[in-house]
Design a protein around this ligand. Structure first.
Ligand SMILES: [Zn+2]
Length: 368
């Protein structure tokens, strides 16, 4: 879920309470329900999911109210059939969702992930999650907060609301503000070319300019998302997690669209601008592609192939290439390629998405 400039790649081993409300910007509705639950003695949380006949997508966010980690284990339909089981995916070289990995204080399952996944049916579903200790042992009797969002607007236009928040008074830096606005325009046009209409709003925040890692999580992100309330939230700062070479990072694949410590994408303007802290046109292009790429992660997309060339997304129409050369040849222009591909003639525009990748975006709860 991270994006590094090309120069850094060789140096890095990291691949990347019963309330109900309705949102209006959808042909159908998004129903939101929250509940407080506790894991059993074995550390398993059983979450009741009551689906209506017109529900097409849900996103469930489970947040640990204390220390430790949470993960999503599986999903059972009203007929008692297992629809999704973490054990089928945990050691796979195809990645479907971060929900299975206990690496944060919140776990987010957006389902279905792919257009090829079995659709929702009316009735009583059950979602299983686990609570784990700081050292990754199952830990029982832990309190969790659960948010269930259900969307019923199949076939309507794909619209996404995005808020861009400046950290550290960066909105007053004209170089940063003008480049950020130009980059957001590029992000908007990339998404528009795939049928997603992005609406954007710029705000200032009192987060400090050296941004916390969204993967580690931070209370300031929880507070800021709570203020924004819906859609996706992209925070612009000097650096992300103290890294001098990281373009940006998403708070999950997918990320939670309720207030948690992970509910943001963070991007560094400075890593894009480079050592002179001034933007060229091609740096602005990559800045915009990073925004589109990291929000792509936040909406559920993996890299089509990870660096190392032996882990892939779970989509059938992105090439399962297995070397840097073949992958750059097949996928360098893909928005979700793990790094910008540049040569003497400049960088390849990374704007392409396969049909299945667009399908994942359209099934995200935030795209309405
Ligand atoms: Zn990435």
């Amino acid at each position: 879920m991270m994006r590094y400039p090309l120069a850094a790649i060789g140096l890095s081993l990291l691949a990347c309470t019963g309330t109900t409300s309705e949102a209006e910007n959808c042909g159908g509705d998004v129903q939101v329900e929250t509940m407080s639950l506790q894991s059993d003695r074995q550390g398993i949380v059983s979450i009741p999911l009551s689906l209506d006949s017109d529900d097409t997508v849900f996103q469930v966010v489970v947040e640990n109210s204390g220390d430790g980690y949470v993960s999503t284990d599986g999903l059972v339909n009203p007929d008692g059939e297992s629809i999704l089981d973490w054990e089928d995916w945990y050691e796979s070289h195809d990645s479907l969702t971060d929900a299975f990995y206990a690496n944060a204080s919140a776990t987010t399952l957006n389902w279905p992930v792919r257009e090829s996944d079995p659709g929702l049916t009316e009735g009583e579903w059950t979602l299983y999650a686990s609570t784990l200790s700081d050292d990754f042992y199952y830990e029982g009797r832990r309190d969790v907060d659960v948010t269930i969002m259900r969307r019923s607007c199949a076939g309507s236009a794909m619209k996404l609301k995005a808020t861009i928040a400046y950290a550290g008074d960066l909105e007053n830096d004209s170089e940063v503000a003008s480049a950020t606005e130009a980059a957001v325009a590029r992000w908007t046009s990339i998404y528009a070319s795939h049928g997603i209409e992005l609406s954007t709003e710029f705000i200032s925040s009192d987060i400090k300019a050296s941004l916390p890692s969204p993967s580690t999580g931070n209370a300031a992100y929880d507070t800021l998302y709570d203020e924004v309330g819906e859609g996706v939230l992209l925070v612009v700062g000097d650096d992300v997690g103290g890294a001098a070479d990281l373009y940006g990072m998403a708070g999950g694949i997918p990320g939670p669209q309720v207030a948690t410590e992970h509910s943001v994408v963070a991007v560094s303007w400075l890593v894009h601008a480079g050592a002179n802290a001034s933007f060229s046109d091609s740096e602005i292009d990559i800045y915009g592609e990073t925004m589109a790429h990291e929000i792509g992660h936040f909406l559920g997309l993996y890299h089509p192939v990870e660096m190392g060339w032996n882990y892939w997304d779970a989509l059938s129409d992105t090439d399962d290439c297995s070397s840097a050369k073949s992958c750059e040849s097949a996928l360098a222009d893909n928005l979700m390629f793990p790094y910008p591909v540049c040569g003497s003639g400049g960088c390849t525009a990374q704007v392409d998405l396969s049909n299945a990748q667009v399908g994942v975006l359209g099934l995200n709860i935030g795209v309405r």
